[in-house]
Design a protein around this ligand. Structure first.
Ligand SMILES: [Zn+2]
Length: 230
C-alpha cells in the first residue's frame, strides 16, 4: 500500500474497484477501501426555495437530486476513511429566512463551511439545463487560474468519462462559480447531467445510477489524491 502526504499527514490509499453499494459496504470480494485522514466538503447545490433547474419529464428538482448524489458521495468518501463535511444535509437552503438577499446568504454560508473545515477537497454538486434537449452528460468545472483545482477537475472528468452511460467527450472547463471563486482549498463543481435531456433525467432519477455516478466522482478524487498533485 502506497503512502502519500496529505496536509502533513501520512495516509494510505487503496480503491474499491466496484460501485453500487461498494462504497457503503466494505464487503467481501473487493479490495478494501482505506483512504484515510483527508477532509472533503461536499456541497449539494441549491435547496429550500431555490430548487435549481427542473426535469422536463418528471419535474424533479435539481436541489433534490444534488442532495441524493451528495449522500451517495458521502458514503463513498466515508468508506474511504475521509472525514466528510456537508454544506447541507436536508432539503432546506442555508439562507435562514427566505427573505431578500437569501441567495447571497446561502452562498456565504457555503463559503464559510468550505473555508472553515480545513478541507483538502471541496466538491459542489449540481445538475444542468440547456435550451437544446440533445445536450447531455456530466461536466466538471474548476476555478480559472487555479492549477491544482484544474488537475482535480480533470481527474474527476476523466473518471466520469469512463462511465458507460456518459458521452465521454467532455473536458473539464474553467467556470465562474461563486463557491469555486471563494473556496480556499482544491475545489471543483460537477454538473452531473442535463435535466433538459430525457436520457440524463431518466438516469439521474435512478438511485442505482446515482450510486454509480458517485463512485466515478469518488474514484476521480482518489485518482487526484494519489497523483501527488496536492
Ligand atoms: Zn445548480
Amino acid at each position: 500500500m502506497r503512502k502519500y502526504a496529505l496536509k502533513g499527514l501520512s495516509v494510505c490509499f487503496a480503491l474499491v474497484l466496484t460501485f453500487c453499494g461498494a462504497c457503503r459496504a466494505e464487503s467481501g470480494g473487493t479490495e478494501k477501501t482505506n483512504v484515510s485522514s483527508g477532509t472533503v466538503v461536499l456541497d449539494a447545490g441549491h435547496g429550500g426555495i431555490d430548487g435549481g433547474v427542473k426535469g422536463r419529464l418528471t419535474g424533479v428538482k435539481e436541489s433534490d437530486l444534488n442532495l441524493e448524489i451528495v449522500k451517495e458521495l458521502s458514503a463513498c468518501f466515508r468508506a474511504g476513511g475521509f472525514k466528510v463535511v456537508l454544506t447541507r444535509r436536508g432539503a432546506g437552503g442555508l439562507y435562514g429566512l427566505p427573505t431578500k438577499g437569501f441567495k447571497r446568504r446561502d452562498m456565504e454560508k457555503r463559503k464559510a463551511i468550505a473555508n472553515g473545515s480545513n478541507a483538502d477537497l471541496f466538491l459542489s454538486v449540481h445538475v444542468n439545463f440547456f435550451p437544446s434537449p440533445s445536450r447531455r452528460g456530466a461536466q466538471v468545472f474548476f476555478k480559472e487560474g487555479d492549477e491544482r483545482s484544474r488537475a482535480f477537475a480533470e481527474r474527476l472528468q476523466k473518471s466520469l468519462n469512463e462511465a458507460p452511460e456518459q458521452p465521454g467527450t467532455f473536458a473539464a472547463l474553467a467556470g465562474d462559480y461563486f463557491v469555486l471563486n471563494e473556496c480556499e482549498c482544491v475545489c471543483a463543481l460537477a454538473e452531473c447531467g442535463f435535466l433538459s435531456n430525457e436520457e440524463d433525467e431518466r438516469l439521474l432519477t435512478d438511485k442505482t445510477y446515482r450510486e454509480k455516478l458517485a463512485f466515478y466522482l469518488y474514484k476521480g478524487a482518489v485518482d487526484y489524491l494519489t497523483s501527488g498533485a496536492l
